[in-house]
Design a protein around this ligand. Structure first.
Ligand SMILES: Nc1ncnc2c1ncn2[C@@H]1O[C@H](COP(=O)(O)OP(=O)(O)OP(=O)(O)O)[C@@H](O)[C@H]1O
Ligand SMILES: [Mg+2]
Length: 245
């Protein structure tokens, strides 16, 4: 791919107080591509997304969106620049209808623009259109995950970050959510996908970064690479660290 990266993370060290949970990490995501970040429990995946979103302290390094640095900006300002994060096990507002969940997630917009974004969400996730008047609490876990992604899309982001969207979903639903993520990317979004569902993530991603103990190793075009070796690297390596049983 030749296009300039939309999201660029360089030399990122970030964490909590004394803890450096990610160290010297470089990640780039271009418009229209899905880049997946894999790694065992505690590898630093959520920390990486949190640092990009402005939720986790950055100790060193640079994060930029469309060549504009994000450093020092609060999460809301980053969202206005075009960054969206769907956190792991993101809760929707259970008492509100599906549609109202989309309304509350949307910045002030003209009616036509709101309608267009709402239709886009319903087109991606037709089950949400069917259930638009139902309370979100009545949706299945998979449908709530789709709604959480839909909420993120209502902000009209250029970069979508997803933290384990497959968590807690039945395998068939995982595949469906991944297919939708692929559709979203194919329309020009840059997607940074953190996953534990390795096979599904590799199915849709164009590039992969593997995090281990906060450090990153990239496999450029892994489609030609040996998936088993990649899996061993993630999980046997993590087991050897004692961070996964
Ligand atoms: N709020 C926090 N305060 C202190 N340490 C934290 C905090 N959140 C995470 N950590 C530590 O930072 C490291 C990376 O955690 P992180 O949540 O980023 O990993 P992860 O790859 O997302 O793991 P998982 O697969 O379990 O979601 C871990 O050692 C974790 O214990
Ligand atoms: Mg995590």
């Amino acid at each position: 791919m030749t296009a300039e990266p939309l999201l660029r993370v360089r030399g990122l060290t970030a964490g909590y107080g004394e803890i450096q949970a990610v160290r010297e990490v470089d990640v780039e995501v271009r418009a229209g591509e899905i880049v997946t970040v894999l790694g065992g429990n505690g590898a630093g995946k959520t920390t990486l997304l949190g640092a990009v979103a402005g939720l986790v302290d950055v100790f060193d390094g640079e994060i930029s969106l469309a060549d504009r640095p994000l450093g020092g900006l609060r999460p809301h300002a980053r969202a206005r620049r075009g960054l969206a994060l769907v956190q792991e096990n993101k809760r929707v507002f259970r008492a509100l209808s599906v549609r109202d969940n989309l309304v509350v997630a949307t910045p002030r917009l003209g009616r036509a623009e709101f309608d267009a974004r709402e239709q886009n969400v319903y087109e991606l996730f037709p089950v949400l259109a069917e259930k638009r008047r139902d309370p979100a609490g009545s949706l299945s876990g998979g449908q709530q995950q789709m709604l959480a992604i839909g909420q993120a899309l209502m902000a009209g982001p250029s970069v979508l970050m997803l933290d384990e969207p497959s968590a807690g979903l039945a395998p068939r639903l995982v595949a469906e959510v991944m297919d939708r993520v692929a559709t979203i990317a194919s329309r020009g979004m840059a997607v940074l996908l953190v996953e534990q569902a390795v096979h599904q993530a590799l199915r849709v991603a164009s590039r992969v970064y593997v995090l281990r103990l906060g450090r990153c190793s990239e496999q450029e075009d892994f489609r030609g690479a040996d998936k088993q070796r990649l899996l061993d690297h993630i999980y046997l390596g993590a087991a050897a660290d004692g961070s996964r049983t």
